[in-house]
Structures are given as C-alpha cells and as structure tokens.
Design a protein around this ligand. Structure first.
Ligand SMILES: *[C@@H]1O[C@H](CO)[C@@H](O)[C@H](O)[C@H]1NC(C)=O
Length: 585
C-alpha cells in the first residue's frame, strides 16, 4: 500500500514536471497573409461557390473573427501596422499625397530602423524568424547591407527576419511578360497610342505651315520625342527586371521571376524552413502570398478549376498552399505548439477588371466597397486563429479587433516585453480568444486613408452599438462610372472625395452594410455620439508625434542608384545551405 502511494506520488511529480516543461516551451508562430483577398471570397465567411477546404478547416478547429479590421485599406501601410502594432501614421508609413504605396523596389522610403517589428522582438527571445513572399515595407538596400556586413545593423535583416525568400514588391501586372503599364493606362488609350503620335506629328506639320517655325526647333522637338520614346522603350523592356525579382536573403535568385508555380515554390521554401530549422528554437514564419493581387496567375494544376475564372483559380491555389503548410506542421508534430493566423492585408480590389473585361478583383460579401476605402469592404478582413488545445475550436467572435493586435499577442506569448517608449495601438488577443473576457479593448478605432483621418469607429463599453462616423467618403458609386473606377482605385484627396459636416454616422450593429446614414431625426443620440467621437479624435491627435514620412513622392520615386541588380543567379536549390548559415546559428 505504501509503495503504491509512493509510485503515485512519483508519477504525479513526473507528470507535473513534464507539464511544466511543456508549458514553459514558447509557442511557434505561422502567419499567412493573402494579398487583396476579399472577406466575401472565403467559404467560412459565407461564400458558397468558391471552395477553400483548408482555410475552412482552420476556422472549424480555431477561432473566427468577424469584425477583424485592417489598420489601413492599402497594402504598404496595412503591412507596416501589422508588423509593428501601430497605426501607420506613427511610423511615417502613411502618405500625405496621392500615392500611398511603394511602386518600385528601388525607392528610398521604408519602415524606419526605429520601429520594432514582432520579428525583431521575438528574435531577441531566441526565435528563428523567416519571411517568405512579399515584403513591401522595407528598403531593399538595408536588407543587403545587413546581410553583407553585420556591423551595419544588429540583425541579419534590418527588421528581424533571419531568412527571406520572396519579393520586395507586391506582384504587379507589369511583372507579367508584355503587360507593362496595363491597368495603369485605360485600355482605350493604349489602343489609340499610335494614332496619338500620328496626330501630334500632323499637328506639328500644320504648325510649321502656319507659323514660321525654324527648322531647328522642329528638329530639336523630334530629337526630344525620339529620346523620350526610346527611354520609355528601354523602361518597358527592363521593367520586369527592375521590379519583379525573387531574393533569397541578400541575393537575387530569379530576375525577372516567372509567376508560374511561384506559390508552389514558396510553399516548398516554407516546408524547407520547417524541416531544416534549428529545432532547439521556437520559430516565427510570416508567409506572405503574392496571390491574389493582379496580375493574376495560377499554376497549371489550378487553372480552370474554379467557377470564378482566373481569380477563383488563384484563390484555390492559396488554399492548397495553406493545406500544405498545415500538413507539414502536423507531420512534424508542431500543430499543438503553433499559433497559426490567417488574414488578408485589406479588402478586395473591386476596380480590377482585366483587359478582356474579366473580374480580377475579389468580393467583399455584404460589405460596401473594397480596397483603398474605409467602407467596411475595404478594411474588414478575414481573421482566423488556430492553436489546438489552447484556443477553442469553432468559436466565432464579433468584437472589433485589428491586425495590429497580433503584435502584442505575439510579444506576450514569446515572453518579450511590450515597448514602453512608444504608443502600441494593438491589444493582446488571447483573453478574448480564450473567452476570459467578452468585451475587447478597442473602444475607438481610427480609420485612416493615407495620412487623412477618414472615419472613426466607437464601440461604447455598455452598449452593443458600433458607431462609425465618416468625415469624408470616396466617390465609389455608381460603381462603373465613379471617380474610383476612373482612377482605377479610390483616392482620398480632393476632388475624389465628398466631405461631410456633420459627419456621416452609421450604427454597424444594425446596419453592417452602411446603407442608411443616421440623422438627428432617426437617431436621438446623433449629436452626443459625434461629441464623444470628436473628443476621442483630439485625444488621439495629441498622441501623434511628427515623424519623417516614408511614403512621400520623393521617397517613393524610382532611384536608379538604389536599384538592386543582377546578383548571383546560381542560388537555386541552395536553401539548405542558406538556412544552415542564417537560421541555425
Ligand atoms: C464567391 O467569390 C467569388 C469570387 O470573388 C464571387 O464572384 C462570388 O460572388 C462569391 N459568391 C458568393 C455566393 O458569395
């Protein structure tokens, strides 16, 4: 009897010890972000015609957030906010002008070294970190400097990623052979290009006849035209080389890249990362899909398989990749110790119509408008969190959450301290996900379009209301002849927007489609709600510090002397060695 007790005690202690050792182990992180994917594209968010079994499974086994909000409706600022847990306006990643994203790999702007990304923070806690896919916030030259000369920065990569396989830029139509400038110039104008040149020449001849223009002027003008045309030709010819290349760490390994099988190659890079990582350490992988941004592509295996053209095929390929990643985690017995997060960078690009008239943008479901607007369709993104045994299975949460919440959640789980010398706008999601709290901490959310405060969301603590007040709105309707349609994407500056005073007010809890703005007649609290929102705005404004703008026209513009070019193209198949060098040390 005594010995039995002794055995039970020892066993108990042993169990306690192993449990302790297990709970002390830090979790791994796998984040998957799809470019431009609409919330309405996903089966688990209500789509009945687009099949995504792997992503659906994530929600069945994990938590689905229905009011998950991108910090900005455009890729560069939204990604910067995701990485840092801060509104883009705080890191200088919000533009003051017309253009809010990076367009060239060789531009001088980028996320400042002062910013702390979640990768940097967990790396200091002993994590192996990797990004596979699009970066879109970094100054490429810093990446190279960091790798080549460790003295230039404290981390192999300036923002804390040990391993990088992917592209600096979002995938653009221009990256596809023969597509330069398609989508930027309306198709009609492209067609009439040659006629245009003819007309100009004709006009010139007429002018010559009418007024006495010296031969010299005409000659000079023709030389100038010739120069411009040939420069343009050179640019058209070399553009894919300049912008569309795949890097592995500091080296360009494919230039220009072919989009065929690119997602498959990236998926196998991710698997290699899992296989060859230093298994003594926890890891963080940010898998950032090039799909489903235009120019659309899908591997031969997926082409023609969906009911929704090339767009649907691309989404199916993304789902396949998610499945591969999850299967690998399972095979390596990592599922129970890995927090998986799946999302999009913002809403779908509704104005994307191919030159053949095929819809190349996604679907925002019941929500209004899409990418580059702060209507719900532009900022409501899928938010799926998966961690069997720690997060409940099949739970759905309607509270407002943000893609900035990943930052503090990850830091807390990794044992890193939240930076106290700066404002962090995200909140730790774990108590909400685990059901320890019902209400989340985002009482107010500030919806910026570039650096302009566009709208404010208020979820008062003691009510179910979700007020949203717009100070201005993009001219999105009528859909096919609106300003947004003509400029190919909604812009948030005059004359492309309408200002509202008093602001347009909605209650999203009753009107999620933002169809009927409230008025003092229909909403007794109209003025008092706006009063609270105004006070919140001035409080928020006080917390902003001036920072150098990273997305100004001068920072965005192409700088030939910064152009990454032509490094070793013989790196294919060297993942193993590369990982050995950068991850396992
Ligand atoms: C599913 O997504 C596709 C592709 O974006 C879209 O065209 C379609 O309308 C959606 N279907 C439903 C039923 O939501």
């Amino acid at each position: 009897m005594k010995s039995l007790l002794w055995i039970r005690w020892t066993l108990g202690l042993l169990l306690l010890c192993t449990a302790d050792a297990d709970s002390g182990r830090k979790p791994n992180f796998v984040f998957m972000m799809v470019d431009d994917l609409g919330i309405g594209d996903l089966g688990c968010y209500g789509n009945t015609t687009l099949r995504m079994p792997n992503i659906d499974r994530l929600t069945l086994e994990g938590v689905k957030l229905t009011q998950h909000i991108a910090a900005a409706p455009l890729c560069t600022p939204s990604r910067a906010a995701f990485l840092t847990g801060r509104y883009p306006i705080r890191s200088g990643m919000a533009a003051h002008g017309r253009m809010g994203v990076f367009l060239f790999s060789a531009s001088s702007g980028g996320l400042s070294q002062e910013e702390i990304t979640f990768a940097k923070a967990v790396k200091e806690q002993g994590y192996s970190t990797a990004i596979i896919g699009i970066y879109h916030v970094n100054k490429w030259n810093l990446i190279v400097k960091c790798y080549q000369n460790a003295d230039h920065c404290h981390h192999p990569n300036s923002h804390g990623f040990d391993y990088f396989y992917g592209t600096i830029m979002t995938h653009l139509r221009d990256c596809q052979p023969g597509h330069f400038l398609y989508g930027h110039i309306p198709y009609k104008m492209q067609e009439s290009g040659p006629e245009g040149i003819g007309l100009v020449s004709l006009a010139l001849l007429h002018i010559k006849g009418m007024i006495a223009v010296t031969r010299r002027v005409v000659f000079g003008f023709l030389v100038l035209v010739g120069l411009v045309v040939s420069l343009f030709g050179v640019l058209v010819y070399t553009f894919p080389n300049l912008n569309c290349f795949v890097m592995r760490g500091p080296e360009i390994v494919e230039q220009p890249y072919t989009s065929d099988n690119l997602t498959q190659r990236m998926t196998s890079e991710a698997k290699d990362f899992f296989f060859y990582r230093n298994s003594e350490r926890p890891f963080l992988l940010f898998f950032s899909f090039l799909q489903v941004h235009t120019g659309l592509f899908a591997s031969p295996l997926f082409r023609g398989r969906s009911q929704h053209g090339l767009y649907g095929d691309a989404v199916m390929e993304v789902d396949w990749s998610v499945g591969q990643i999850m299967q690998t985690l399972e095979r390596l017995n990592l599922k129970e110790n890995t927090l998986v997060y799946m999302t999009s960078d913002q809403g779908p690009h509704l104005e994307e119509i191919s030159i053949n008239g095929e819809m190349h943008g996604g679907y925002s479901g019941i929500y209004k408008a899409g990418k580059s607007t702060n209507w719900e369709g532009g900022i409501r993104i899928p938010g799926i969190l998966h961690w069997p045994g720690v997060l409940p299975a099949g739970k759905v949460i309607d509270e407002p959450t943000s893609n900035m919440d990943i930052f503090p959640t990850v830091l807390n789980l990794a044992g890193a301290s939240i930076p106290s010398d700066r404002v962090i706008d995200g909140h730790d999601l774990l108590p909400l996900l685990q059901g320890q709290v019902e209400r989340f901490e985002h009482e107010f959310m500030f919806h910026y379009c570039n650096a302009q405060l566009n709208a404010v969301r208020w979820h008062p603590p003691n009510s179910n209301a979700i007020w949203k007040a717009f100070f201005f709105t993009p001219d999105f309707y009528p859909e096919n002849s609106s300003a947004c349609f003509h400029t190919h994407i909604c812009l948030c500056i005059k004359p492309y927007v309408t200002f509202h005073d008093p602001p347009l007010l909605y209650d999203l809890s009753k009107d999620p489609t933002e169809s009927t703005p409230l008025s003092p007649d229909t909403e007794p609290q109209f003025y008092s709600v706006l009063e609270v929102i105004r006070a919140a705005v001035s409080h928020h404004a006080e917390s902003l510090k001036p920072v150098p703008v990273q997305v100004s026209p001068l920072q965005i513009v192409w700088k030939p002397w910064l152009q990454p070019c032509c490094s070793s193209l013989s790196q294919k198949g060297k993942t193993k060695h590369f990982l050995a060098k950068f991850v396992s040390r």
